[in-house]
Structure formats: structure tokens, C-alpha cells
Ligand binder design. Structure first.
Ligand code: H79
Length: 460
């Protein structure tokens, strides 16, 4: 059975997002914009801002939650939080090093926080003095340096911009401790929200699309009070200034691709362009106490899992207040990068699985998850991606041998291990083709077997 676009999400929660919408006819202009995005599959998210200084601790007390949320969690008044800017001096920041890391990791695009919910701009802004050049002793426009470093290495660069929440501004959404609730019980807006949008958020997005060369995408987030009309104002700015720039799925009006929830990998494939933003530990912005790193093997599984479902993996690092990407993050990313150097054909430019049964199945006993949805039980033994004439089977554990290729009508031409092109013997009996995994499995992370077939696409 082939499963497409039902978007039941794995994990503690099973949520359906836009499951039953009729497929829209593709917009050729949008499809053209998306071409690179559909090919690259793997990007680096960077959450960097003033929150890297407290790093999860405020006034000597641990503040739980996401590092970049500390102003909110600890209810830090604007006047107090602002003082962090006078201490922000990341002297070890080197844009070339960061781009080199992304490159070594096999990541093909970078998305960095230009302004997170705390309202602090990590770039020179004429609109608000609350920015890295005008308010810190560092005085350097790190986005400009990163843009120049990316241009040198052909790395695509996108900007995260928190369009709706801005805890620094009376009109921005989210800061209830200084400025009171955003909305009353009757949903009536209580803040000068449109003033904030027109006088800070919209002009800052214009600045980002002006001074930094071609911008691959703008990554909007948490569209609180973002009516379609307000979202459209941002979309119009992006489209009119840089028509090739992608808009993510969290603007509040239609973007170019679907963004899943944070750290959410859907259970099934979709042909629509989509992306999972995810943490490498449990926080986005740096926290000194978060050492819950995912292993290179786990990252590799998630990457292949996502690609086999047609999506992109935007994996985050949280640099320190000194401007250093934590060494464990670097080591993990480079380990996955070495694997990709050998096995990248299974990833870059590859398309989603033509099968689906390998992903797992719904509980036969009718079990429900915490949200009362049918429980999905994922399988993790192997995944498959495809290109014209080729299937890439990635094995994460040794399959019970022999491995049976799911039934296809195409004639199979042969099989080999991707890492060294060692041929594999195929056996066909009563219409079933099998092979034995090469022993021992060469790669403890994952081993890719390429199966070549006649024709461009799989016929089932
Ligand atoms: O930028 C990253 C997050 O900061 C941002 N999206 C990713 C890419 C994000 N914004 N909002 N959320 C994620 C949802 C946040 C929920 C929580 Fe909380 C923040 C749970 C705990 C801290 C808000 C404050 C809800 C409870 C306390």
C-alpha cells in the first residue's frame, strides 16, 4: 500500500495537519522557486542571540525550558533584559568557521535567527537601535559577515524572523509581564500590534532583503494574531523585493512549503515540499546545562527518514555567547557529514519512498495515543529513497536475511553497496527478488544498497 499525505505525526502526539485537503494544482512559479529546496534536504538552523549569555540561568537560578525563552520564562522586564546587550561581545565568532562546519556536515543551507521573540536584532537596523551594531560592545553585523562567508562558499542563507512575537515592544505579541495580555477574553486586541508590524517588523524584513545579497528564505514563526491580511503584507514585501526567496510555513498566510511542528517528523510521505525544524539536544538557543545530544546515528536516521518521506531536515545549533558552536554539536555534525560524503547519493536530489509499509503501521489492537488518535508504530530497520532508475535502501540494523525487495513491475538490473560499489547477488524466485546484506555491515551508522531498475519510475 502506498501512503501519501496523511500527515499523522509520530511521537507523543498524533496530530493531523491539513490531511484531507484536495490537492491543489501546482503553481509553476512556486515550483520553480522550490527546486533547490526540494534537492538539498539538509540545512543548518542557528539560534543565536542575547539569550546565549544567561544560557538557561537567571540570577543564579536555573530557568527551565528553551534557552531562547528565558526572558519569558523568568518574566524578565525589558529594562533588565536589555542590559544583556551591553555584555554581548562574542569575540570568538568567525563566520567562515560556521560556514565551513555546515559544509563539512553536508548541510546545504543555513537559517539564522535575525530576530527572535526577544526582539533583539542580530543585524544593523535603522528601524530600532536594539540591534547588535548599535547596542553591543561588539558592534559587528554578524549577519553581514555570515552572508559574505556564505557567498564565498556557495552556501544558501536564510533568515529566521519572529514577525509576531516581540517581547521588547509594547505592540509586539507575547510580553504579558511588561505590557499585559495581547488580547482580551473577547479576542479583542489590546496592543498597538499593527503599529509594531508597520514600524518595526515589516521595515526590518525589508532591511534583511536589502543589505545581505540573495536570501534563500525567510523563516517566520508563531503567527499569533497574524490574520491572512497581515501575513500577506509580509508576503508582498518578500515577493516584491526578492521573488526567489522562499517563505516557510509559519507566516500566517500561505507560504512556499509546509513546516511541521518543532521536532515533529510526520509518520508518512507527502509530495508537497515540507521541512522539519529540529534540535540537536533539547534547546534551540544555547543552554549551558543541556548535554542531551542526539547521537550521529540518531541524526542520520532522522535525516534519511525525513528524505524518504519527501521532506527537509533543518537541524539546529546554538552558539555560545562567545560565538562558538558547542564542540559536541560540531563533532556530531562532522560525523554525519563524513557518512554523507560516502552515502550522499541516497539523500541529495532523492525523492520519497515509492512504498510506505517500511515506515511502520497502525496498532492492530486499535490502541490510541494521548490525543485519542490511532497509534502509529514506527519501524526503524530500513528506509528507501529514489532517483530515476535507482532505489536507495538504507539499513540501520542488519535485516533478517535475506532482504526482500518490495514487489515492483520494473525489471531489476542489479544491486551494489553504495559506499564501495561492491556488487550484491540478487535472487529471484516466484516473482520475489531478495538479497543478502553484505556481512559484516561495513558502516555501524547505516549501510546503503543501491538497486537499479529499468525505467525512470517505480511501477507497482
Ligand atoms: O525558535 C524555536 C522556538 O523558540 C520557537 N520555534 C522554534 C523554531 C517556538 N516558539 N514558540 N514555541 C516554539 C512554542 C513554545 C512553547 C514553549 Fe513554553 C516555550 C514551551 C515551553 C517554553 C510557552 C512558554 C509555553 C510554555 C511556556
Amino acid at each position: 500500500m502506498r501512503r501519501v499525505a496523511s500527515w499523522i505525526l509520530v511521537g507523543a502526539s498524533l496530530v493531523t495537519i491539513g490531511a484531507t485537503q484536495a490537492p491543489k494544482s501546482p503553481d509553476p512559479v512556486k515550483e520553480k522557486r522550490l527546486e533547490w529546496f526540494r534537492d538539498v534536504k539538509y540545512g543548518m538552523f542557528i539560534h543565536w542571540g542575547l539569550y546565549a549569555i544567561p544560557a538557561g540561568e537567571w540570577n543564579g537560578k536555573r530557568s527551565l525550558g528553551l534557552g531562547e525563552w528565558i526572558m519569558n520564562r523568568a518574566q524578565i522586564p525589558v529594562k533588565e533584559y536589555e542590559k544583556l546587550a551591553t555584555k554581548f561581545n562574542p569575540v570568538k565568532f568567525n563566520a567562515d568557521d560556521w560556514v565551513q562546519l555546515a559544509h563539512d556536515a553536508g548541510m546545504k543551507y543555513i537559517v539564522i535567527t535575525s530576530k527572535h521573540h526577544d526582539g533583539f536584532a542580530m543585524f544593523k537596523s535603522k528601524v530600532s537601535p536594539y540591534n547588535i551594531v548599535d547596542a553591543t560592545p561588539f558592534k559587528r553585523d554578524v549577519l553581514k559577515e555570515l552572508a559574505d562567508a556564505c557567498a564565498k562558499r556557495n552556501m544558501r542563507l536564510g533568515f529566521y524572523y519572529s514577525q509576531s512575537q516581540d517581547w521588547h515592544e509594547p505592540g509586539g505579541a507575547g510580553n504579558t509581564w511588561d505590557f499585559g495580555p495581547d488580547q482580551g477574553p473577547d479576542q479583542k486586541e489590546l496592543k498597538p500590534y499593527d503599529k509594531y508590524l508597520r514600524e518595526k517588523a515589516e521595515p526590518q524584513v525589508r532591511e534583511l532583503l536589502t543589505g545581505y545579497g540573495p536570501i534563500a528564505l525567510i523563516w517566520f514563526d508563531t503567527p499569533r494574531m497574524m490574520t491572512p491580511e497581515r501575513g500577506q503584507r509580509f508576503a508582498d514585501i518578500v515577493r516584491s523585493m526578492q521573488p526567489n526567496t522562499l517563505i516557510d510555513g509559519r507566516l500566517g498566510t500561505e507560504g512556499d512549503y509546509r513546516s511541521t511542528g518543532d521536532n515533529v517528523i510526520p509518520a508518512e510521505s507527502s509530495t508537497e515540499a515540507w521541512e522539519t525544524p529540529a534540535t540537536i539536544n533539547d534547546t534551540w538557543g544555547f543552554r549551558a546545562d543541556d548535554t542531551n545530544w542526539k547521537s550521529p546515528g540518531q541524526i542520520t536516521f532522522k535525516l534519511i527518514d525525513i528524505v524518504s518521506k519527501g521532506g527537509n531536515y533543518l537541524l539546529n545549533v546554538g552558539p555560545t555567547a562567545e560565538g562558538v558552536i558547542p564542540q559536541p554539536s560540531q563533532d556530531i555534525l562532522r560525523t554525519v557529514g563524513r557518512w554523507l560524503k560516502v552515502n550522499g547519493d541516497a539523500v541529495y536530489g532523492a525523492q520519497h519512498s515509492p512504498f510506505g509499509d517500511e515506515l511502520g503501521e497502525y496498532s492492530a489492537r486499535g490502541a490510541k495515543d494521548v490525543r485519542g488518535q490511532k497509534l502509529f508504530l514506527p519501524q526503524t530497520e530500513w528506509r528507501v529513497t529514489t532517483k530515476p532508475g535507482k532505489l536507495y535502501f538504507t539499513f540501520f540494523s542488519e535485516p533478517r536475511t535475506p532482504f526482500e525487495i518490495p514487489a515492483i513491475k520494473n525489471r531489476i538490473r542489479g544491486a551494489y553497496r553504495l559506499a564501495d560499489h561492491a556488487p550484491l547477488e540478487l535472487k529471484t524466485e516466484s516473482g520475489k527478488t531478495t538479497f543478502n546484506m553484505p556481512r559484516p555491515m561495513l558502516d555501524p551508522m547505516a549501510t546503503v544498497v543501491v538497486v537499479e531498475f529499468e525505467g525512470e519510475r517505480i511501477e507497482r
